[in-house]
Design a protein around this ligand. Structure first.
Ligand code: F6P
Length: 536
């Protein structure tokens, strides 16, 4: 029996065992939680016991996790389908770090670019860099996917630290997006950052041109109010952005892992270089933990193993991310790209079919809003949705501490309700207390039953600071890495996005009336003709 089979057998043995009964062990909570630099992950409310955990850790060991982890941190070309190293960790490495790729230390370049980006951010913040009419009041980051979701999520998360110009994010090729953002801004006081690793992404290049036209209508030298972040410096030059405002990075930084470098420029401008440095330090602290803690006491590893248990072993196809932290409202969207673009693959590293399901569907919304929307299904639906709660012990609004207490109470109540549920007898007793009896009571009671025994984890931290945000994001990055290693796939390519891009290109000329739709299927032809019938 291999370890996967042992885990499946373990799952069959456990069946629907009560998670609540695991708490008969007074050490359950302590034994099934982990700490890293002031942050705690509590996974005691899952059906994982010591034996299951040992099997899961053995699964990670058997997948060669430790060697793969070292290979990543030391610059080996582990992204084999693109023949690249995977070194987003270099972007947050300390001053004394040395990381070799193809025999050369990459850190000097990383540090130089970081220093240049930070200096530019401070120039924008202080007014040393100005627009045609003076100080920059607004920054527009144009990018999509990893060139948008990370900085947009982090800018919102760090709102209490925001003391620079206003920062806006435009991603969608839908003209409505850029229209609604630019309509509120003064081009003479706006800086546009075009963020694109490849500088070819159609959405970004189209929006960049729209922004340039908008700027050119009022500003005599519009290119002077543009900056670019990209690996493709010849393309940024062709777009007319002067090299001193171009911030490069290397192809060993994946788009969805790029927030730590110059793709974070808009965030740097919002919160300043010092706060951005604290964010990097948080990521670095999680790197150190991930690299050194034993697998069974390693937060990213355990979070990944909980995920593998729920998805590949228990068969729960989705995972809800539920930050009880309004400023993490964009975290679920960010994690959708991080996790689903990384581990949504159907072939293993060697090209063979994946023997098990790939990563789960990730979705979520902040609490308490989600409670009034989809929690009904989480509590009483027929499918189990493992939930991941995130919670700060302290908010940033001391004068609203009573609201924070309500937020905390709600978060803890939800995981408790998922764990305990409410039995038929308890439902009956509640109804009886309200005066119902007989058939009327019986008719109502079953609707008020909560099966309970539904798993959740809670990541709890003192307060959402730049350092803590860095820890959280690095935690999830490494979790994705560990899950990818266990599943035996390449977490660092994204070939699955290509086909749709190619077909969109072929449909452009059809919509422009310059090509025929004859080779398209009937449904696509019908939709095209609907659009053409309503065009203009
Ligand atoms: O289409 C997917 C993708 O390649 C993502 O992986 C990436 O984050 C996004 O597009 C944007 O790419 P770029 O930064 O090159 O514009």
């Amino acid at each position: 029996m291999d370890i996967w089979q042992e885990l499946e057998a373990q799952h069959a043995r456990i069946g629907d065992r009560s998670i609540l009964e695991l708490f008969m062990d007074p050490k359950r909570a302590e034994g099934f939680s982990l700490h890293s630099d002031g942050m705690m992950l509590d996974y005691a409310k899952t059906n994982i016991d010591a034996e299951t955990r040992a099997l899961l850790v053995a699964l990670a060991e058997g997948a060669g996790l430790e060697a793969r982890r070292e290979a990543m941190f030391t610059g080996a070309r582990i992204n084999t389908t693109e023949d690249r190293a995977v070194l987003h960790v270099a972007l947050r490495a300390g001053d004394d770090a040395q990381i070799m790729v193809d025999g050369a230390d990459v850190m000097a370049q990383v540090r130089a670019t970081r220093a240049r980006a930070c200096a530019f951010a401070e120039d924008v913040r202080s007014g040393r860099f100005a627009g045609q009419a003076g100080r920059i009041t607004d920054v527009v980051n144009i990018g999509i996917g990893g060139s948008d979701l990370g900085p947009a999520m982090a800018t919102l998360a760090l709102a209490p630290f925001h003391d620079g110009p206003r920062v806006h994010y435009v991603s969608n090729v839908d003209g409505a997006h850029i229209q609604d953002v630019l309509a509120r801004l003064d081009p003479e006081r706006t800086l546009v950052i075009v963020a694109s690793k490849t500088f070819t992404t159609i959405e970004t290049m189209t929006n960049a041109q729209t922004a340039r036209d908008w700027m050119a209508a009022k500003v005599s030298d519009p290119g002077a109010q543009f900056a670019a972040v990209s690996t493709a410096q010849e393309r940024t030059a062709a777009f007319g952005i002067a090299p001193e405002r171009v911030f490069g990075f290397e192809d060993w930084v994946g788009g969805r892992y790029s927030l730590w470098g110059p793709i974070g420029l808009a965030l740097m401008i919002a919160v300043g270089a010092e706060r951005f440095g604290e964010f990097l330090a948080g990521g670095r602290a999680m790197d150190d933990h991930f690299r050194t803690a034993p697998l069974g006491a390693n937060m990213p590893v355990l979070l990944a193993l909980v995920g593998v248990w729920h998805n590949q072993i228990c068969g729960h196809a989705t995972r809800a991310v539920l930050p009880y932290d309004q400023r993490l409202a964009r975290l679920p969207a960010y994690l959708q790209q991080l996790e689903m673009e990384s581990n949504g693959k159907r072939v293993a590293l060697d090209g063979s079919d994946l023997p098990r399901h790939s990563g789960p569907v990730v979705w979520g919304e902040p609490g308490t809003n989600g409670q009034h929307a989809f929690f009904q299904l989480i509590h009483q639906g027929t499918r189990v949705v493992p939930c991941e709660f995130l919670l700060a012990a302290r908010g940033h609004e001391p004068h609203l501490a009573h609201q924070h207490r309500l937020l905390v109470a709600n978060c803890l109540a939800q995981s408790e309700a998922l764990l305990r549920g409410r039995s038929l007898d308890e439902a009956r007793a509640t109804l009886a207390a309200k005066g119902l009896e007989g058939a009327a009571l019986e008719e109502q009671a079953r609707h008020r039953v909560f099966p309970g025994n539904r798993p959740s984890t809670t990541l709890i931290y003192p307060q959402l600071t730049p350092f803590v945000l860095g820890q959280i994001i690095a935690l999830y990055e490494h979790r994705v890495f560990v899950e990818g290693v266990i599943l035996g796939l390449n977490s660092f390519d994204q070939w699955g996005v290509e086909l749709g891009k190619e077909l969109a290109q072929s449909l452009g000329p059809v919509l422009d009336g310059q090509a025929s739709a004859v080779d398209k299927d009937g449904s696509t032809r019908q939709l095209l003709s609907f659009v053409q019938g309503h065009d203009g």
